[in-house]
Design a protein around this ligand. Structure first.
Ligand SMILES: C[S@@+](CC[C@H](N)C(=O)[O-])C[C@H]1O[C@@H](n2cnc3c(N)ncnc32)[C@H](O)[C@@H]1O
Length: 512
């Protein structure tokens, strides 16, 4: 290795920054002296260019599971593309009882009229010739589509560095032009800003590009209880993977905290998911194509059995064998039984997927009966571990013991046993598709420990097990709870006492 020079005094150096391992020092004094400057640049990753992903984030050293990879403030946040009226000062939902005196958009109160988010755009929105009127507070209103693009463009004057970072992002403009979104962007953002608001901060093409940048790079987050979107310069460089190795949370000021969910070896891509890890391949690929304009070819998407999870597998109507795609990366390819070769058209499978997903999403969330009927009804059509069954089981896991209609004290032994068994099945799945310190695993570990305690209580009170035997249940529950707490402690709703409150409510419920 070439001799390294001290970052501060340029003398030969052997010590290095233990966090990024990129910068060398001759002594602790020099390192201490440099920390103020180095702190801002010290990261365990570099941005490289990949022939398929484009720019992407690569670990510059081994990263530990749970380690914070990056804490990053937003460049800009604001309403989602389709948004019901929200306060432009703080993004809370609005009743319509107070209207901004400058621009006629609903806001919470006078303080929101002059908030840092709204002040600059208010002057542009105020130019609306016919004055904007927003009456219905519960339906999406097209006037909100221009807000976040406008906030980005206004940075050109107020914060040119941020504006350059935004302009440097990928836009997929040519792909968007071929979709039905083209006219929506053109009408509700480009023409609205240029013609209705007479905004001349940038030309029409640049406005369109900003819309493409927002579609390609935005993260969804909650701000004051409302789902909004935001741009983050470095986190946007993460490539997608259907088995991601990071998770992210947001602080109340919308700073993003990116953490490794498992060990990321030096030289590996640091990835996030642009979709939902529980969805099956057809659904994930379709959604990524529509929202992010590429087709994922990761190892999970390339494997017809989704790495043995069978989230996509159907049951053959002729022989009961497994029916899987003949070419998983070709959405039009036919599907065939691995035993008898009976085949089905790819588009028929896709159509069936959509219908069943609609059915599943339409169920009343306060009763388990439709989910249980769904599990029975499709036994002959779907593999026992098919995505829809896993979704239905996850919904039951979250309902039993948590929903007021299904308090632990009201559950039967069979219901609690069902919850335990579904948790174990889902944890096996999580170990493949979302392993390590993922929110999915954390949630399942928490639910499983609670169900085990509830089950031990039922079995003991019915004299099915002895007091000594309950210790086995309890010690497993304690181990699970310890792991769940380690994972969930960073989730916003669990921080500042949220986890303790959840545990207290659970122990009251279980009468411990
Ligand atoms: C948020 S940007 C990521 C940064 C981007 N690669 C760049 O150079 O600016 C998302 C875009 O990156 C590309 N990309 C990310 N992950 C990918 C993957 N797994 N396969 C192919 N393209 C990917 C796609 O073009 C996608 O729309």
């Amino acid at each position: 290795m070439a001799e390294q020079k001290c970052e501060v005094c340029r003398k030969p150096a052997k010590q290095f920054c233990s966090s990024c391992r990129e910068v060398f020092y001759c002594s602790r004094d020099c390192q201490k002296q440099d920390w103020k400057t180095h702190k801002a640049k010290c990261k365990p990753f570099v941005i490289k260019t990949h022939p398929v992903y484009g720019r992407y984030m690569v670990a510059s050293r081994d990263i530990r599971a749970g380690e914070v990879i990056l804490k990053e403030p937003h460049l800009v946040i604001g309403p989602k593309q389709r948004s019901a009226p929200v306060c432009l000062g703080c993004h809370k939902s609005v009743t319509g009882s107070y209207i901004c005196k400058g621009c006629n958009f609903p806001v919470c109160a006078p303080s929101c009229e002059i908030s840092k988010y709204h002040k600059a755009e208010c002057q542009v929105l105020a130019r609306a010739t016919g004055k904007i009127r927003i009456d219905n507070m519960s339906a999406a209103h097209p006037a909100y589509e221009c807000i976040l693009p406008l906030r980005c463009i206004l940075l050109k004057e107020s914060d040119p560095k941020k504006w350059e970072e935004i302009r440097n992002m990928q836009d997929h403009v040519e792909d968007i032009k071929n979709t039905e979104l083209h006219n929506v962007i053109q009408r509700n953002t480009v023409e609205f800003l240029k013609h209705y608001l007479k905004f001349d901060g940038v030309d029409s093409e640049e406005v369109y590009r900003v819309c493409g940048i927002l579609m390609t790079n935005s993260f969804e987050l909650k701000h004051h209880g409302t789902k909004v979107r935001g741009l983050y310069a470095q986190s946007a460089m993460m490539a997608h993977d259907c088995i991601p190795n990071t998770k992210h949370t947001f602080e109340t000021d919308s700073t993003m905290i990116l953490r490794a969910t498992r060990v990321i070896p030096k030289g590996s891509a640091i990835t996030s998911t642009y979709t939902n890890t529980l969805w099956n391949t057809l659904q994930r690929r379709k959604q990524i194509k529509v929202a992010k304009f590429f087709l994922c070819n990761c190892r999970r998407c390339s494997d017809a059995t989704e790495l043995g999870t069978h989230l996509s597998t159907l049951v053959c109507s002729q022989c009961g064998g497994d029916v899987v795609s003949t070419k998983p990366l070709d959405m039009d390819a036919s599907w065939a039984c691995t035993k008898c070769n009976q085949s089905i058209l790819g588009r028929t499978v896709f159509w069936g997927n959509q219908q069943l997903y609609k059915e599943l999403r339409g169920f009343d969330s306060s009763t388990a009966r439709p989910l249980e009927q769904f599990l029975e009804h499709y036994q002959k059509a779907l593999h026992p571990r098919h995505w829809f069954f896993m979704e239905a089981k996850f919904a039951i896991v979250k309902m039993f013991g948590n929903h007021p209609n299904y308090r632990y004290r009201d559950l039967s032994r069979e219901q609690v046993e069902k919850k335990v068994s579904y948790c174990r099945e889902l944890l096996e799945l999580a170990d493949v598709i979302d392993p390590g310190l993922s929110l999915f695993r954390g949630t399942l570990l928490f639910e499983l420990q609670a169900a085990l305690v509830a089950l031990a209580k039922i079995l003991l009170s019915n004299e099915i097990i002895t007091k000594e035997k309950t210790q086995d249940y309890m010690s497993e529950a304690v181990t699970l709870l310890h792991e769940a707490s380690e994972i969930l402690k960073h989730e916003p709703e669990m921080e500042s006492g949220g986890l303790d409150a959840k545990l207290k409510a659970l122990s009251d419920e279980l009468d411990l």
